[in-house]
Design a protein around this ligand. Sequence first.
Ligand code: FDA
Length: 307
Amino acid sequence: MLLRSAILAAARNDGLKRLVTYAPVSRNVVRRFVAGAGVEDAIRVSRDLTGQGLAVSLDHLGEDTTEPEHAAATAKAYLTLLQRLADEGLAGGADVSVKLSAVGQALDGATALQHAREICAAAQAVGTTVTLDMEDHTTTDSTLAVLADLRRDHPDTGAVLQAYLRRTESDCRELAHAGSRVRLCKGAYDEPAEVAFPDPHEVDRSYVRCLNVLMAGAGYPMVATHDPRLVAVADERARWYGRERGTYEYQMLFGVRPDEQRRLVGAGETVRVYVPYGDEWYGYLMRRLAERPANLSFFLRAVVSRS
Ligand code: FDA
């Protein structure tokens, strides 16, 4: 847990960010988890994954934007992506994941909402859905408020709820209604014990409780985990509640357990791969390293072998 907190603290350290971003070795490590730097990389990977029967959710990397121009550029990047997906016949059934902090949540409420609206409208025009990623707990309420606003015009906008937060079971009850797409994940940020379960077993138990609420409800659960036990529980819960395949889906990250992604597709399940692309991969990579110490040693081995 200490190691996880240290890595997540490093994720917000600007000096380290510069060092890691420009270290020649970093690109090789990044390639495992990130499709590439540009929109054409996202298109190439989407084509490959959809060819294997997987669905995609694309994330233009970036977060914690503090400049209005940067927020506008991120929104524009999503519009370009959506147009390219449409050009390539990949837009139908695809999803884009948007972090409100990347489109100006820290600047003022209105900027992020306005950019999110533009992205939702462009997505709807080409048959793609939008899911709002969830960030640290200080933004949960404002993200859910933006979600409620967006859903007035775009009811298929997806929410993300994090099982590590003590509040999440109750949020699941609020959001488990017809037409509501809800991605359930464990949660990737360093949170204080007042708001989040510090014990990983508690997080798993919370995940199962939340899964029960979502599977029993009338919405569309998106089971985002690589944890084999939770995948098995989700399968069992879906059968228990009489859900047909296709009334829920599994989601996993690009580069994590690809064999399991294909196994689930082979079993007739809907599986969506979260595909990040772009230059601003530092925070994303650090959260992936924090999740699994083996990834950290992979990263450090790569650094040592180059020095
Ligand atoms: P856990 O971390 O316990 O891992 C279970 C097993 O999966 C590990 O033992 C390992 O085998 C494998 N595994 C997990 N992570 C790995 C990695 N990085 N590299 C290699 N193997 C790994 N979080 C958030 O706070 N807000 C969000 O919006 C999202 N969005 C999101 C979308 C999607 C599609 C996914 C899959 C995840 C997220 N997350 C997220 C991240 C999530 O909260 C969580 O941090 C990770 O999914 C890791 O948790 P697991 O449930 O996979 O379990």
